[in-house]
Write a protein that binds this ligand. Sequence first.
Ligand code: URA
Length: 250
Amino acid sequence: MKTDSKNLKLRLEKFLSEAGVASRRHAKQIISAGRVTVNEEKIFIPGTHINVDTDVIKLDGKPLCLVKKKVYLALNKPAGYLSTVNDERNRPTVLHLLHNLPFRVYPVGRLDFDTEGLLLLTNDGELAHKITHPRYHVDKVYIAWVKGHPDETALEKLRRGIRIEGDVTAPAKVIVSKRTNAHTCLKITIHEGKKRQIKKMCRAIGHEVQYLKRIQIGPIKLGNLRVGRYRRLSSKEVKALKNFSRIEMQ
Ligand code: URA
């Protein structure tokens, strides 16, 4: 995106994502909550156009400007952390795990409070949008330990798509990777990001998830990053991620 043109007009939620505040989808919620002012006037309607060169945009009273330097981090999220920027109930968020960062980043998509694994954080609104929007088909790979032993018929249901809350999930890749006496470890690949999707899919075939971890997003692998630690993505990884979401959208 060009940031140096005169009189550049943007939708408010796009401006917020380009200022490193949140993904476009989450920015709409922030606007509706009345946290954003344009020239000291509270704006509640996402989609409002602002002029980057002349309007003063504030979030919670603090002025914002467009981010020039994009940052991309991979975190191994532990259970017990919210993947949000802040929480009304003051529970720990993933941002508590990033110490003394000189820039603002936000999580790309969500992992549940009790889910572990790969979470990307960035201030690149465009890329965050592509990774999370189902239209771009960016695969997310999960390891799910479920109760009992799902049979082939049940696994096929997951693979073909299953009805959860009135909606049918897109086809998934499902591989059985281990079995113990009481549990089965499934490797599940999906590109959608419905709320608690993996847990709901497994519940729908009668096998509750006991432990869930995300190990890959598109070309980015969790690898041996320790729980609670983060690293910057290499430029090669960023390039791969950008190319991946571009290819997958065609
Ligand atoms: N699916 C879930 O059920 N939970 C997550 O955290 C991610 C995907």
